[in-house]
Design a protein around this ligand. Structure first.
Ligand code: SF4
Length: 73
């Protein structure tokens, strides 16, 4: 499990659920990339907008990605 934050939201990525379908890489290429083991890595920092990351969250078939709005200052 990894977690990357920016000012407005954080991306939580459960790599153990990832099956490497790569949908998230197509949807949010500034935030996800293929790892050496063919599974996906979350980039630090994730470079896509909240809207794009929410789309990746929705389209991941394994629910490995969750994007949370960060209300803490
Ligand atoms: S869409 Fe989900 S299962 Fe597919 S590579 Fe991305 S995180 Fe892994």
């Amino acid at each position: 499990m990894s977690e990357k934050k920016d000012k407005k939201f954080k991306v939580i990525f459960d790599r153990e659920k990832c099956v490497g379908a790569g949908i998230c890489i197509d949807v949010a290429p500034k935030s996800f990339d293929i790892g050496t083991d063919q599974l996906t890595d979350l980039l630090d920092p994730p470079g896509d907008t909240l809207e794009v990351l929410k789309k990746a969250e929705d389209e991941c078939p394994m629910q490995a990605i969750s994007v949370e709005i960060d209300t803490a200052e």
